[in-house]
Design a protein around this ligand. Structure first.
Ligand code: HOZ
Length: 427
């Protein structure tokens, strides 16, 4: 595979942008080699600047559940663009996207649109603190909620990949009220509530962890969190930026039947344009200005292009049988990968929830950051390179999830499984 044009662009980009990238997880530091520069995407595929095609399982880190450049999304965007790119005033499109979100996630009784998942989580925590009059929050080690100061504690995603879980530049006072617990370990949460339960504003988590690899919640974990928070007058916040509309059309809260007080969203609701949102119980959302005193604002929030792409993307769930087909495709993919690993005698731990999947190079079960961190990242790097060579683009880190789209059909999945079989054998 020739990637000379990507490598040349990477050299140029490094002179102008830190690491040559606009976001650290896109660099290939953890897997070796130069990041690929992409010139186009269509359906399940991306093409790099050297004209290599890849079956893409990053899908822009989640948003593209309908695949790259879906005609419905592109046509809607072309029409919307002709009407202006931003108004800085309300538009009917915000109501349409709010309706689409609330229909799929009925726990969201009111919503506020923002511009990214990071904005959504930092705003929803300000709201939780305003509503409860408390300052402390609990997050889970290995969960990543964007790069707001108070959340860069024991975080997952790029910070875990690069070994920077607590970033310099975050003032200690900013994180003094951020407590950490272990995912899938209710005792670690209970211990914090036993100490300072009446000071805890909220517990925030990715209900299915997707930023330390994919780790589903164990039976009773989410319900246990719901019970503990309710008992102590704290709020339960689901960060469904990643899982929203990806583990179920109604998110993890619908899949597992747990009602969080508040939810943070992003990714899929923008269909590939920058967007985020937070919402939940009306009584709490009415704390947000201008109805209530909790201030949060944004020049481009609710902008017509992001709303349009989100509406066109969420419309996919109105199609008969679409979710069943996605589940079946995801199952075929992960079962095939697991079988290929077993055939090659390579121990992995694999999981899938809806359209998200992942596997760890680890011979022990993985249930949280402590166990995820023992995975063989060097082996993952070699596997990643072997998959790229065969035209399969996986996230360049052991600690990220994979995503499929409605465009990943039998042909793509079978090719991926065959590539994985080769890659496992060559390890
Ligand atoms: N939250 C994304 C990774 N899990 C970030 C994507 C990016 O930085 O490009």
């Amino acid at each position: 595979m020739i990637t000379a044009n990507s490598s040349a662009l990477y050299e140029k980009a490094k002179q102008k942008m830190p690491g040559g990238v606009s976001s650290p997880v896109r660099a290939f530091n953890a897997v070796g080699g130069d990041p690929l520069f992409i010139k186009s995407g269509r359906g399940a595929y991306m093409t790099d600047v050297d004209d290599n095609d890849y079956i893409d399982y990053v899908m822009s880190w989640g948003p593209l559940i309908r695949g790259h450049a879906h005609p419905d999304v592109i046509t809607a965007l072309q029409q919307a663009t002709a009407l202006g790119t931003s108004y800085g005033a309300p538009s009917p499109l915000e109501i349409d996207l709010a309706d689409a979100v609330m229909e799929l996630m009925p726990n969201i009784e009111m919503v506020r649109f923002v511009n990214s998942g990071t904005e959504a989580t930092m705003s929803v925590l300000r709201l939780a603190r305003a509503f409860t009059g408390r300052n402390k929050i609990i997050k889970f080690q290995g969960n990543y909620h964007g790069h707001a100061d108070m959340l860069l504690v024991a975080a997952g995603s790029g910070v875990a990949t690069l070994g920077l879980p607590n970033s310099p530049g975050v003032p200690p006072a900013t994180v003094a009220d951020t407590l950490t617990a272990q995912f899938n370990d209710l005792d670690s949460v209970q211990a914090l509530f036993d100490q300072v339960g009446d000071e805890i504003a909220a517990v925030i988590l990715e209900p299915v962890s997707g930023n330390m690899g994919l780790i589903p919640p164990q039976d009773g974990f989410l319900q246990g969190l719901r019970d503990i928070t309710a008992k102590h007058g704290s709020l339960l916040i689901f960060d469904e930026v990643m899982t929203g509309f990806r583990v179920h059309p109604g998110g993890a809260q619908t899949r597992y039947g747990i009602k969080p007080d508040l939810t943070a969203l992003g990714k899929v609701i923008g269909g590939g344009l920058p967007v985020g949102a937070y919402g939940g119980r009306k009584e709490i959302m009415e704390m947000v200005a201008p109805v209530g005193p909790m201030y949060q604002a944004g020049t481009l929030s609710g902008n017509p292009l992001a709303m349009t792409a989100g509406i066109a993307t969420l419309a996919v769930f109105k199609q008969e049988g679409v979710w069943d087909r996605l589940e079946a495709a995801g199952e075929k993919l992960i079962t095939g990968i697991a079988q290929a690993a077993a055939d090659a005698g390579v121990p992995i731990q694999h999981s899938r929830v809806g359209t998200m999947f992942g596997f760890f190079f680890n011979d022990q079960p993985v249930s949280g950051w402590h166990s995820a961190a023992t995975s063989d990242t060097e082996k993952f790097g070699r596997f990643h390179r072997a998959m790229l060579e065969q035209g399969v683009y996986l996230a360049p880190s052991q600690f990220e999830a994979g995503f499929i789209s409605t465009k990943h059909g039998d042909q793509e999945i079978e090719k991926t499984i065959a590539a994985a079989a080769q890659a496992f054998k060559a390890l």
